[in-house]
Design a protein around this ligand. Structure first.
Ligand code: PEP
Ligand code: MG
Length: 303
């Protein structure tokens, strides 16, 4: 069966009725890069940059980060590499950040909230990302967004960083900028958010946690954690619709995107991209190649 999947390498991700989808890979460290290429990923849909911070006992420098982002961009040779900015807090703790202890870390100061309250940390990462963008097709993605104001503030900070780099005569590129949709608030205002960014990527791990009010870290709640809950599936459908109305694309980078039982449903919803662990790319491609989306829709009455 493995050998059969190997024959799918180099093929387009296109359904029997001609609908295309992008199949990208999630990576959590540099060692994953080899398997990304082996499995014929069309790009990297989620580069979890926090590993760069978690591996160290002090803040990584701009230069250290630049080297890593540049290496990824060059290795992917023109394919899109979506790098998510720092997403620590909650389940991912880093001592040298000296964060206050919180009663409710999943709802606390995490991800973009740290970046917006401590812009010096954010700016160092943005400088590295903008500089590395001159060496490949980097896109930046911001996690845990809940409002339009946050996105506007982020874009202002990016503009400031660009001006600083220009005035210092340092080369940089102009990456696409997207956001993760992983809070119910972001889902409900996805029509407004779509006007502000180049793409959406749905983080179903956190979105399920916040939509169902179930701590994703608590195994004793497994019986209540329904990964196929219609609330989450309807949210995905709504986000894709709002993205398309505004002319941008929407993908899924949470675990649900790799669920083979849902691949056809996602195709029917018009999901544009799935970012999954590298080993899932060819199995999903196989389903895509065997699906007739219009026929599937005709036999299915939605979520
Ligand atoms: C998600 O929340 O679905 C996601 C992809 O991000 P992480 O699992 O890193 O929080
Ligand atoms: Mg998340």
């Amino acid at each position: 069966k493995k050998e059969l999947l190997q024959t799918l390498k180099g093929k387009e991700n296109i359904t029997l009725d001609g609908k295309k989808i992008m199949l990208y890979a999630n990576i959590g460290n540099m060692k994953d890069l080899a398997t990304v290429l082996q499995n014929d990923a069309g790009g990297i849909g989620l580069f979890r940059s926090e590993f760069i911070y978690l591996e160290k006992d002090q803040f990584p420098t701009e230069e250290e980060q630049f080297q890593i982002y540049r290496t990824v961009a060059e290795t992917m040779a023109g394919k899109r590499v979506i790098i998510r900015t720092l997403d620590i807090g909650a389940d991912k703790q880093c001592d040298y950040f000296e964060m206050a202890k919180e009663e409710n870390p999943a709802m606390g100061c995490r991800a973009i909230r740290i970046c917006l309250t401590r812009p010096e940390i954010f700016k160092t990462q943005l400088r590295a990302l903008l500089r590395a963008s001159a060496f490949g097709k980097i896109a930046i993605m911001y996690p845990m967004i809940t409002s339009v104001a946050e996105v506007r503030r982020i874009k202002e900070i990016v503009n400031e960083v660009e001006e600083e780099l220009s005035s210092q005569g340092i080369a940089y590129g102009r990456p696409e900028q997207g956001i993760m949709i992983e809070t119910p608030a972001a889902v409900m205002i996805s029509d407004m958010l779509a006007e502000e960014v180049d793409f959406f990527s749905i983080g179903t791990n956190d979105l399920t946690q916040y939509a169902l009010a179930i701590d994703r870290q608590n195994p004793s709640l497994d019986e209540f954690y329904d990964a196929h809950h219609p609330a989450v599936l309807r949210m995905i459908e709504m986000v894709v619709e709002n993205a398309h109305k505004a002319g941008i694309w929407a993908g899924i980078c949470g675990e649900l995107g790799a669920d083979l039982e849902l691949t056809q449903k996602f195709l029917a919803m018009g999901v544009d991209e799935l970012s999954v662990s590298p080993g899932r790319i060819l199995p999903i491609r196989k389903i895509v190649l065997e699906t007739d989306v219009e026929a599937y829709k005709a036999g299915n009455t939605g979520v």
